[in-house]
Design a protein around this ligand. Structure first.
Ligand code: ADP
Length: 953
């Protein structure tokens, strides 16, 4: 058996709680929960699979409901099933079936249902339009086909037409989706379908009716002056006031909770209870206001059986109940009827007004709720009329009713005023909270604002929770914040709210206290963020909805800012780490570059130290690489070779020859070696070029300045030649010496034989002659050996060279041969302004002496012997000369006479060594000697040069 003493906890699964039409329902549940001392948790979502905006996102809230945590659940099926099939509705309900369930509005098999007289209400309305107003052509705007109540309403419209013999015209039916806009659209469809305006427009709900009235007005059609309009739902936001059918949502809510509590307690309940819908006559159908109607209408004869009830007050109560069956104040209705009768019949006029005032003060929250009291007064007035005993009583009754209306009017005014002020205040506060939340960019700021302002607007307890990011079907939410009347709750760091364990975060629950909570979804578009839990302390559904929506936006903003910050932090971290990496890389690269630089420098130095320049050129003779060398003279700086051609870099002469060689190398296998002579600064330089084709038309070249090597080679060759000459000369000399020395020896040997012979014969004269001849031969040998000695010395004895006037050399030489000159009567002429000579003075004197000696000696028969000594400049060299007008020398012998022992003239004394000696001395000095003579009898001129000496000081 259920524990009947335990306080029950009931859950309400419903559509939004803020729109006017929905508000009555949840307030009915709320009030009944309070009255029955039942805990209530409300889960407001939207119609299942709602096509509007992001509404269906709200329905994630239904997934956090664990039926096991409730004693029973109420589902307002009629507000959820507009867009789904029966099967889908069944499936939705099936999640909760493990606990006692009550459905509201839409009957579910096996689930007790509290229904509403949709059919009956609509029937009453259509009946009113046909019977009271006599309308014949009634158009109808239907709602979503899935809405079961709508189907009933449509059926009632059709049936009622039929009952009054009015033809059903499908052109007079259009459909909308319960929204205001769809009502306007439907009106346009109807007007287009039908040329004639309909008498009345019956609309399946008030919202569409409001849209319809506006659309009609836009077309210049006034409701109700040109066509009547009536709705269903009790939405009162239009003018003229809408005649409608009030589905008694408040009563339905109350009854649903009561049924639910009974079920939870194990009591049996009916499968289906229907609460009649109430026709609310206002002015859009063409009626006068309700109160006025009743004043003019006679009392209902069916409900007023004379004297059946024991008292007048009971009669009046019965009549009120029959006319206004679902008015809320009915608990006190009997007392009110009694007070009415008392006031009319007794002296205590005030008792009715006092009683009425009590009811109004205690039960009226909204001005619109007072309409029913006007109706009650009207019914009482008419119901009492047959029973007043005197005109005075009748008069009094009229006055009391009049005063009662004034009381209602006063209540209406102040309630309205109060409602307006309250709404304004609430709006202001919500606006303020909204403004503050807009500027909250962090979770901490959002929490701070909740703690500061939510209690101010009457939310005494609240929790803010977040789903795990990206969770499609969450089973838990982390608790971000919770506060109660005692302030902020201390939450553990990872406080989680497991939906399977508690219906409400336990931090919000107060022990032994009945409580009502609202679990509302926080979402942004299609993104589910979390849940907010509010204690229900206000009857303003809009308050919770506004807070929900503002919180959603603020949370989304904070999360986004958080994400951006996280992303930024991550980015910064990555940038920092990448920077560190880059720095490391840069450092490494610098080290590598440094190492490379060093190695390159070493390589450069190495290459620079090489005598070779190395280059690589392409087919168009442009440099691809160039490693210069010291020896190579180029036209431009060698750092700029890239992109330049051979002719840009090399001197023209070198470039021309290189170009030819490269062309040749391209067609030559292996290495092409060429020597290229180039004149640079009037000096000849020689380059050795090695070229090799290296594929793709490129040629690798190695170029080396070999000028010095070439010069050395020439010097070496000259030396070799000189050496060979000297060897030949030496051979000739040795031969000549041995031959010429033999001659006096043969002479001596011969005369020695004569000597011995003469001595033996005693031939003294001949003996002496022989001895003289031997002596002469010995003297001759002596002279020859002296000259040879002298000749050999020439090569060895080298005195220090010095600058000496040539004149001095001449005079020294003349003094040595003066005897011969005088003896032969030779005239010696010495040129003026003779230069200085640089050389071995002693040897140079020997030279001039020999030449002078020969000139005197080989004068022949010249009658005016003459010798001229001087110097002349020819081809930038100074030629010193000794010129005679003697016998001359045949051109054939001009070379020969300089040889050793070569003599032309044997009449004169001589050894044939003189000119050989002279030649050697001159060559020792690096000069040349030669003779010029135009033949026998024309004299001879001996020229000699001395190498260009350094300038005399
Ligand atoms: P020698 O001792 O015979 O003079 P040299 O070597 O001085 O030897 O001269 C070689 C030869 O050259 C001479 O024998 C002579 O025939 C010739 N010769 C030298 N000088 C003259 C000269 N001034 N005029 C003509 N013949 C000369």
């Amino acid at each position: 058996m259920p524990d009947t003493n335990r306080r029950l906890t009931i859950g309400l699964i419903t559509n939004q709680i803020y729109a006017q039409v929905f508000e009555a329902q949840w307030l009915g549940v709320l009030d009944a929960a309070r009255d029955l001392d039942v805990n209530l948790v409300i889960y407001p979502g939207h119609a299942l699979q709602s096509p509007f905006g992001f509404e269906k996102q709200a329905n994630l809230v239904y997934q956090v409901i664990n039926p096991a945590l409730f004693d029973a659940l109420i589902v307002w099926t009629g507000a959820l099933d507009w867009f789904i099939s029966d099967a889908e509705l069944q499936a939705f309900i099936a999640q909760f079936i493990s606990v006692p369930l009550v459905s509201m509005e839409t009957p579910i098999p096996g689930v007790p249902t509290v229904g509403i007289g949709n059919y009956q209400g609509m029937w009453d309305l259509v009946q009113h339009l046909i019977v009271v107003h006599g309308y014949r052509r009634l158009a109808f705007i239907a709602g979503p086909a899935g809405h079961r109540g709508m189907q009933d309403r449509y059926q009632a419209y059709c049936d009622c037409l039929l009952a009054h013999d009015l033809a059903f015209d499908p052109n007079l039916v259009a459909a909308g989706d319960f929204s205001e806009q769809s009502g306007a659209t439907a009106v346009l469809t109807l007007l287009n379908n039908h040329p004639d305006l309909f008498d009345a427009l019956v609309v399946a709900n008030d919202k569409m009716a409001i849209g319809a009235i506006q659309a009609l007005q836009a077309r210049g059609i006034h409701a109700p002056l040109q066509t009547a309009v009536a709705g269903f739902d009790q939405d009162q936001t239009t003018f003229p006031p809408l005649t409608t059918v009030y589905p008694p949502f408040y009563e339905m809510g109350r009854l649903a909770l009561e049924t639910c509590a009974a079920l939870a307690k194990g009591q049996s309940v009916p499968d289906y209870i229907e609460i009649p819908a109430e026709l609310v006559i206002r002015r859009s159908c063409g009626c006068l206001p309700a109160g006025l109607e009743y004043n003019l209408t006679p009392a209902n004869p069916n409900i007023l059986p004379q004297n059946i009830l024991p008292s007048v007050s009971q009669q009046i109560t019965a009549e009120v109940l029959s006319i206004v069956p679902y008015s809320r104040p009915l608990a006190q209705l009997e007392a009110l009827s009694e007070a009415f009768v008392d006031s009319v019949t007794a002296a205590d006029v005030k008792s009715f007004l006092i009683q009425f005032d009590k009811i109004l003060l205690s039960q009226v929250y909204k001005p619109e709720e007072l309409a029913v009291w006007h109706q009650v007064i009207s019914v009482m007035r008419l119901a009492g009329r047959p029973y007043w005993r005197s005109p005075t009583q009748a008069q009094k009754a009229e006055e009391i009713c009049h005063q009662a209306r004034l009381l209602v009017a006063d209540t209406e005014r102040w309630t309205h005023e109060f409602q307006m002020t309250t709404a304004k205040k609430l709006t202001m506060t919500l606006h303020e909270i909204g403004n503050l939340l807009i500027t909250a960019f962090s979770m901490a700021q959002v929490q701070e604002l909740i703690l500061t302002f939510f209690p101010e607007v009457g939310v005494r307890r609240c929790a803010l929770t977040l789903y795990e990011p990206g969770a499609a079907s969450p089973t838990q939410a982390s608790l971000l914040l919770a506060y109660t009347e005692n302030g902020r709750c201390t939450l553990p760091a990872d406080s989680l709210w497991h939906f399977s364990q508690t219906a409400i975060p336990s931090a919000l629950l107060a022990a032994n206290q009945r409580q009502s909570f609202l679990v509302t979804p926080l979402y942004f578009r299609t993104e589910n963020l979390g849940l907010a839990v509010f204690s229900v302390d206000s009857r303003q559904g809009i308050l919770y909805e506004t807070l929900r929506s503002q919180l959603s936006s603020a949370l989304k903003r904070s999360l986004m800012v958080g994400e951006i910050q996280t992303a930024q932090n991550e980015l910064e971290t990555r940038v920092a780490s990448r920077t560190a990496e880059l720095q490391q890389e840069i450092q490494e690269r610098q080290q590598i570059a440094e190492a490379l630089r060093k190695s390159e420098a070493t390589m450069r130095a190495l290459l620079a130290a090489m005598p070779d320049a190395i280059f690589l050129v392409d087919e168009s003779l442009h440099f691809l690489n160039f490693i210069p060398s010291e020896g190579l003279k180029t036209a431009v700086s060698l750092h700029d070779y890239l992109g330049l051609a051979l002719h840009d870099v090399f001197l023209p002469e070198l470039a021309d020859q290189c170009t030819a060689a490269i062309t040749q190398a391209l067609h030559t296998p292996g290495i092409l070696l060429q020597e290229i002579p180039v004149t640079i600064s009037q000096a000849m330089r020689t380059y050795e070029v090695r070229l090799m084709a290296v594929g793709q038309g490129n040629v690798l070249g190695i170029i080396r300045d070999i000028t010095e090597r070439k010069e050395n080679e020439t010097i070496r060759e000259n030396l070799i030649e000189e050496l060979e000459n000297k060897n030949a000369e030496l051979e000739r000399f040795t031969y000549t010496v041995s031959h010429d020395l033999k001659s006096p020896l043969v002479t001596i040997k011969g005369f020695l034989g004569f000597l011995a012979h003469d001595a033996l014969n005693g031939n003294i004269d001949e003996l002496h002659k022989d001895i003289d001849r031997i002596r002469q031969a010995v003297d001759q040998m002596q002279v020859m050996l002296d000259d040879l000695l002298e000749l050999s010395r020439v090569g060895r004895l080298v005195n220090e060279r010095e600058w000496t006037p040539f004149l001095r050399i001449i005079t020294d030489a003349i003094s040595r041969v003066e005897g011969q000159i005088v003896e032969r009567g030779v005239t010696i002429t010495i040129q003026n302004d003779l230069p200085q000579v640089y050389g071995d003075v002693f040897r140079l004197v020997e030279v001039v002496q020999n030449l002078l000696d020969n000139g005197v000696k080989y004068m022949g028969l010249q009658p005016q012997p003459q010798i001229i000594i001087g110097a002349e400049t020819e081809a930038q060299e100074i030629r010193y000369f000794v010129r005679d007008n003697g016998i001359g020398i045949d051109a054939r012998y001009h070379e020969k006479i300089f040889g050793l022992f070569d003599r032309l003239d044997h009449t004169e004394e001589g050894t044939g060594i003189g000119l050989a000696l002279v030649k050697r001395i001159i060559e020792m000095h690096g000069g040349r000697i030669w003779v010029e003579s135009h033949g026998i009898g024309h004299g001879s001129t001996f020229y000699f040069t001395l190498p260009t000496p350094p300038s005399p000081k």
